[in-house]
Design a protein around this ligand. Structure first.
Ligand code: ZN
Length: 124
């Protein structure tokens, strides 16, 4: 039995990040809904509202942040699925441990940084 499974510290961190990403998405969605409701009521009869473009810009930014948070959540969920089947933190190509820094940056990473570098040309 070799100790190749990710430390429980890492999977705890993953679970904690997952819940904070979920909370972030919930609060961003609420902000977005409030912003849309507000702009609907102010723009209803004034298409030339000078504030309109600012609101549109802010809304686009919020949507971008929300998209990013959702992508992060999906990554974290993939990581958690790997924890569940015991392959989290282990490179699927060479079987060595994936560095903690890489896992924190890319929770769904399935290959170590060396394999990711050498395999980047093979379209995976
Ligand atoms: Zn590797």
């Amino acid at each position: 039995m070799s100790e190749q499974r990710a430390s429980s510290e890492l999977s705890d961190r993953l679970a904690a990040e997952w819940s904070s990403a979920l909370a972030q998405i919930a609060s961003l969605s609420a902000d977005l809904q409030a912003m849309m409701a507000a702009s609907e009521s102010t723009n209803a009869d004034d298409e030339h509202d000078p504030e309109g473009s600012t609101i549109a810009f802010e809304r686009a930014q919020l949507v971008a942040v929300l998209d990013q948070a959702r992508g992060r959540l999906i990554d974290l969920e993939r990581g958690l699925a790997l924890v569940a089947d015991g392959s989290y933190g282990v490179c699927e190509r060479c079987g060595s441990a994936i560095g903690a820094e890489r896992l924190l940056a890319r929770p769904a990473a399935r290959t170590c940084i060396e394999c990711a570098r050498s395999g980047s040309s093979s379209r995976r």
